[in-house]
Every structure is written in C-alpha cells, then in structure tokens.
Design a protein. Structure first.
Length: 388
C-alpha cells in the first residue's frame, strides 16, 4: 500500500473528526472468470461492500456505447459486469444493468457484447435507460434530463471502459456517467455546448457529482488507445482494474499512471476549477508507469478573431474525415449528428465543416471505423506560426 499526492474531492469529517481519505485500488486481472471474480469481490469489499443492503436496488452502469464484440475494447467486458452483479446478489440486493447507447438496439448490444449469455439464469434486470426526469445539476446548466432509473437508484456502481476519446482525451469514470443522459438528449447537449470543450467537461463533472456513484471500477484489462472511443481505436492489453470510492480520484490516478498532468484531462481541469480537487488519495496496489500509451491530439476547437471563425472552421481546424474505402454508408453518423453537419454523398459521407461542432460523436458511433479526426496541413502550419 502506497500513498501519493493525487487530487481528490474534499469530504466531510467522520465521527472521529477525521477527513475521509479516498481509496483507489489497482489490481492485475484477466478475462478469466474464476480468477477475475475474487479480484472484483475483494475490490468491492475494500471499497465499502457494507454500503449494499438487502433488497436495495443497485444500478450497475457499464459502457454499452454501441454494438461491439469484447475484442474491440469498445465496451465494458461482460465478465466484469457479471462479477459485480454476482457480488450485489451475494448481498441479497437487486442488481440492474443499464445504459443509454448512442446508437443501436439495446438487446442486440447485450447479445453481441456477451452479456446476454453470461447473465443467463441470474436474477439481474437488464434495462435500457428510456424514461427521463429533469434534475437540476446547478449553474450554469440547470435542469438536465437524466434517466429516472439512475436518479432513483439507491446505489450506483460505475463500470467505465478505459479508452481514448477524440474530444475529451480519455473516457473514464466521469465521462461514463454521461450515459445516464437519455437517448438523443446527449446529442442536444453536444449541440448546446458547441465547440466549448471546457464547458462540456464541466457538464460531465456536474452530472457525475449529482449521481454520485458509490464505487467506480475501470475496466483497463483490455483498454483502447489511439483514435478512440469507437472502432477506430486500437485495443491495448494493460491487464488492470482501477477502482475507487470517488470517481474523480480514480480518473486522476489513471492520469498519473500515464504520466499526464491532471489538467490534460478536461474533466479533471473542470473539477479543479470548481474546487472539487483538493486532497490526497490513498493508492492501494502498485501504480505502474505507462509512458507509451497513444493518445489522440486535442487540437483547439476554435481560435482566432470571431470574424474569421467561419473560414477557420472550414479550412484550418481538426475535423472528422471519412475513409471512403471503409465507409458502409449505413447512415448512422448523419442520423445522430447533433449539428446536422453530415450527409450522404456518392461514395462516402460528406461534412459541412462550418456547421460541425467537433464533438466527434460520428467517430464514436461509426460501426465500421470509417471516420477519424485529422487536422489539415494548413491548420498545423497556422498553429505553429501563432505559437511563436
């Protein structure tokens, strides 16, 4: 057991007048159920298994973004979900596995991910988030449509996948809770935030703060690097579970593992600016140093004088592009695009870069991995000159 200065949310003193120090656990693991299950059970016990009470409704929130297989490293692995559900059942509580996919049929996602098979015969409710309720998450956003099942859950266990993200650098614990925004309301929020990455990060933090997952376990056994979070990313074997009782602390420890300053992750920067990152965290386990993980480049979403923004959007900014040889013209990207900036063309999709808000939802949901982010050469040259 080691202690190191990683940022964490302040908590109230306990009955002895001492501040609670958040715990983050790192454990080596593989996708073999007989060895994975005791690791998950030990993590749950250490982080507060006593919080789970008999007959309590426990929401398990994995990453079920879209239809994908386990080897794609897009979704939380089915065996991680199964082990957590089995632990909840061992406490005589009622587990519910839910998410709101960006695209695709929820039952098909369960089937292709392996969840349908591994949960067969277990008294686990698998249910798509459908019914929203308005919840005030605070200024500047006010009411947000969050899933009623998430808001009403007596306890939430957050099971993100460790993946890169073209807009937010990494998909970790805080970002995973955005899946509790129901259906196309997610696209609406992307549109409302436009090209303001910092404001979107603040939204994500406030949603996670409102829902307050009791335990977060990041599936980093098979992680994703490169052009994530969809099928364009590259699976990367890390063999790790990273877990904690404070979602911000878990995300901060992952950044430390990769040698990233916390402000490199937009959600942690937003949390610091909201004074939510102030104390130390106790790390239980060996924190590896991973220096060769491939991250996407987070180029500016807009820059320059306002009168030039239209030109800059069309010709200089990093943007989603399509590999025409891979594109299946399935239409999912233009159906989901919050800015209506995508449409069909002769051989591949076309983009209206003046409308595009660079949310990269299209890259996230493309089932063929045909879309990726690219900064034009002119844009790179301009940014190099303006830095001098």
């Amino acid at each position: 057991m080691a202690s190191c200065p990683v940022a964490l949310k302040t908590t109230a003193p306990d009955k002895h007048g001492k501040l609670h120090m958040s715990k983050v656990i790192l454990r080596e693991a593989v996708y073999h159920y007989e060895t994975l299950k005791p690791v998950i059970f030990e993590i749950m016990e250490t982080l507060g298994g006593e919080k789970i009470k008999e007959h309590q409704r426990v929401l398990i929130k994995p990453n079920l973004l879209t239809t994908a297989k386990a080897e794609d490293a897009v979704l939380t692995h089915c065996l991680v979900v199964k082990a957590v559900a089995e632990y909840v059942l061992s406490k005589q509580a009622i587990p519910q596995v839910s998410d709101s996919p960006a695209m695709g049929d929820f039952q098909k996602i369960l089937q292709e991910s392996g969840l349908t098979d591994v949960l067969e015969g277990m008294p686990v409710v698998c249910k798509e988030f459908r019914e929203p309720c308005l919840v005030d998450i605070g200024p500047p956003f006010g009411p947000v449509k969050l899933a009623r099942d998430a808001v009403g859950a007596e306890l939430i266990i957050n099971l993100p996948k460790l993946k890169t993200h073209e807009q937010m650098l990494l998909t970790l614990g805080v970002k995973n809770m955005f899946g509790c925004v129901v259906g196309f309301s997610k696209a609406e929020w992307h549109l409302r935030m436009g090209a303001n990455r910092a404001m979107f990060a603040q939204l994500l933090v406030l949603i996670a703060e409102r829902l307050k997952p009791a335990i977060t376990i990041i599936d980093g056994i098979l992680a994703m690097e490169g052009e994530g979070p969809g099928k364009r990313g590259k699976p990367r074997q890390l063999g790790l579970l990273i877990a904690g009782d404070d979602v911000l602390s878990v995300d901060a420890v992952v950044c430390r593992m990769f040698g990233l300053e916390p402000d490199r992750l937009p959600t942690l920067k937003a949390a610091r600016e909201m004074s939510l990152l102030t104390e130390a965290v106790e790390i239980m386990g060996t924190l590896p140093g991973i220096s060769d993980f491939q991250f996407p480049s987070l180029s500016p979403l807009i820059y320059g004088p306002p009168r030039m923004h239209g030109f800059i959007r069309r010709h200089l900014l990093q943007r989603p592009v399509c590999d025409g040889g891979v594109c299946q013209m399935c239409g999912k990207c233009w159906k989901f695009c919050p800015a209506a900036a995508i449409g069909p063309a002769d051989r591949a999709v076309r983009f209206d870069y003046e409308r595009c808000i660079r949310c990269y939802c299209c890259i996230e949901i493309c089932p063929a991995g045909a879309l990726h982010a690219r900064e034009p050469l002119a844009g790179r040259l301009v940014r190099m000159m303006t830095r001098k």
